[in-house]
Design a protein around this ligand. Structure first.
Ligand SMILES: [Cu+2]
Length: 134
């Protein structure tokens, strides 16, 4: 569970630009845009802690780096697809604000065969098995 700090002081407006995908063993990008009074909020310290909504996978925390003005990017390796929450902890030295973002994480399909790692299910004879996601 998250402990939400009751802090309404920050007028940072956060939007998710890129939500992470799920793919076994792969770190996916997570990008947020932060604005303050409608302008890009630069120079912030941003951490995101991921937690699955209906299941206990523990928490995964990642630091987001400023990519361009007000745009912060981190990488996160999630253990499965589904409904996730990211608790963003945003600091500017004077104050810390926490924002909870909910997102549906989808499984990333393999686009190119050459990039695909050998599938675990290749040892099974049944091809049907290979196409099950769980
Ligand atoms: Cu789960």
């Amino acid at each position: 569970m998250f402990f939400l700090v009751g802090c309404n002081k920050g007028d940072w407006d956060v939007s998710v630009k890129t939500k992470p995908f799920y793919k076994e063993g792969v770190s996916a990008p997570f990008v947020v845009e932060i604005k303050e009074n409608g302008k890009a909020a630069s120079g912030l310290s941003v951490h995101a802690t991921f937690e699955m909504v209906d299941m206990d996978h523990g928490t995964i925390t990642t630091k987001l780096k400023e990519k361009s003005e007000g745009v912060y990017e981190g990488k996160v390796q999630l253990p499965m697809e589904g409904e996730w929450e990211a608790l963003l902890r945003i600091k500017n030295g004077k104050q810390t604000v926490e924002k909870l973002m909910k997102m549906q994480v989808k499984k990333k399909m393999l686009l190119r065969r050459s990039m695909a790692k050998p599938l675990r299910c290749q040892m099974f004879v049944s091809t049907k098995h290979c196409h099950k996601s769980k």
